[in-house]
Design a protein around this ligand. Sequence first.
Ligand code: FUB
Length: 313
Amino acid sequence: MKKKLMTMVILAMTLATADAQNPIVQTWYTSDPAPMVCGDKIYVYTGHDEDNADFFWMYEWRVYSSSDMVNWTDHGSPLSLRSFSWADDRAWAAQTIERNGKYYWYVCAHSKLTNGMAIGVAVADSPTGPFHDALGKPLLDNGSWDNIDPTVFIDEGGQAWLFWGNPTINYAKLNSDMLSFDGEVKQVNQTIEGFGAPNVKERQKDVKYKDNYTEGPWILKRNSLCYLLYAAGGVPEHIAYSTAPSFEGPWTYRGEIMPLEDTKSFTNHCGVADFKGHSYFFYHTGKLPGGGGFGRSAAVEEFTYNPDGTFPL
Ligand code: FUB
């Protein structure tokens, strides 16, 4: 976040959560944090970077919860590559959502069926599991390497939306079973107005665009406004966002939420949640001792939306 906001946020954190520390978990590397509020707790679903890794060789996902944003309970790893018979590598970014008392954990992993990245979904009766592969096969597996970083949101009409992709932005409506698509998978047309740069294939080498979508989308809807937050700028990544009147667009580029800073990680990945009357922005850094670009850890800052719904700059 920009300096002014950081100062404000640090002050707010000092006043509101005097003992909060970043990274929020200091015993494991916890990448790609995805918050979910359930009852009086906030859960954070993360990836798990291996110690001393030289790539994103990742094998499991983990869950943490808190009642006060200060103390975090480790619920272990209720989901791993072993949970998916079709997956053999790269347990990358994921997100969990509740519907009708069931918890759906959308993941991406390397598919041994197609040798691409695929999206799968696990289900449980509790936010901490046990989770199992809900379909026994991927939800989407077409051999593409773009199928990473699923993000999910259920709007006020009960429509569930799934977005994902690097460097394309793809989306589909989910049926109310949360296990199948309602209609076809669509691709967002990236434009300068919508995302700071056109679709990758249309970008010109000599042009300096004001921004560009890279990966790690996070969708939400608040006061009738749809938000798409994302890692941007290639590597190193910062976090930017776009808004639209509907998840089908048209999208308007809104600028950076978390500009580049020395996070010691060349990737970033965000998630946002409102919890007990406060808004929180989750991201990851490589700042845990021994960490770095392949040893990332979840962190969080409190923020306040501007009156018009934009993020503070
Ligand atoms: O954690 C592996 C990959 O790194 C994620 O899928 C991306 O969003 C980036 O954070």
